[in-house]
Design a protein around this ligand. Structure first.
Ligand code: BTN
Length: 255
């Protein structure tokens, strides 16, 4: 069982997680916050022990054992909405990565746009979704899944998964990890707003595949080239045989 007191004692944020909703089971924490009119306070964190329809990027599913991992979503509004949403993606993956490094001394890398890797395997995925009225973005829901104490993974994955337990060889306290992630996240989301160049530079230092030849898949669309840069908006610049292309989304893998 998740110990709320243990989590709360280490939470050191002003906004994120101050309104915390714990639930045993839900379809998808992202869907709930995206659609809810009632839970609309900025910084609300919705945490679920189990999701029956957990969503991944590109309409994939996010499957996570009951009560072993962290699956939660954060509602971001006026303080965090600004013109470079993809920098939020980079900042969020950095918050997860540095939390895992600080608490468990596991070396992490980042795979564009927002996967966290340990030993070349995916330990965390992030799904950023938003609701807009006309041109105005009303809210952003940042959904984070971290594989924590799950001992093994069954099924077919587009990138091999792993968990902290598999890499660290011990069960760990999900409560401390969650508070550490939220503490780091709040700080990095403010940095993303005030100093996006810093986020982009720090992200690049931890990047897996930057400067390498890669394959980028977006549905049926496949591109090959050199992952040359991350631009000022957090998008990927891919040097193909014919041009320098801006990549807005896609799955990056080694060529
Ligand atoms: C990905 O790597 O494809 C992104 C995975 C995001 C999973 C999280 S778990 C909490 C939140 N709720 C969801 O339905 N998805 C995100």
């Amino acid at each position: 069982m998740f110990n709320l007191e243990q989590f709360d004692i280490k939470l050191d944020t002003d906004i994120i997680g101050r309104n915390f909703i714990y639930c045993e089971e839900i379809e998808s924490t992202n869907n709930f916050l995206l659609n809810s009119k009632e839970y609309n306070t900025e910084g609300t964190v919705l945490f679920a022990e189990y999701q029956t329809k957990g969503k991944g990027r590109k309409d994939r599913t996010w499957i996570s054992n009951n009560a072993q991992n962290l699956t939660f979503s954060i509602l971001l509004k006026e303080s965090f909405i600004y013109s470079k949403p993809n920098v939020l993606n980079l900042a969020s993956s950095m918050a997860v990565a540095s939390s895992i490094e600080n608490l468990f001394q596991l070396k992490t890398n980042l795979k564009w746009p927002n996967d966290v890797l340990v030993n070349e395997k995916k330990i965390s995925g992030i799904l950023l979704e938003s609701v807009s009225t006309g041109k105005k973005m009303e809210k952003i829901v940042l959904g984070i899944g971290i594989n924590v104490n799950q001992p093994s993974f069954q099924g077919k994955f587009n990138f091999t998964p792993t968990s902290i337990k598999q890499e660290y060889r011990k069960e760990v306290e999900r409560e401390y990890l969650l508070s550490e992630v939220l503490n780091n996240l709040e700080e990095l989301l403010f940095t993303a707003k005030d100093n996006p160049e810093k986020i982009i530079n720090d992200w690049k230092n931890k990047s897996r595949f930057l400067g390498e030849k890669v394959k980028v898949q977006d549905g049926d669309n496949l591109k090959y080239g050199l992952f040359e840069e991350v631009d000022e908006n957090g998008f990927m610049l891919l040097r193909t045989a014919t041009a320098l292309e801006t990549i807005y989304c896609g799955d990056v893998s080694q060529l």
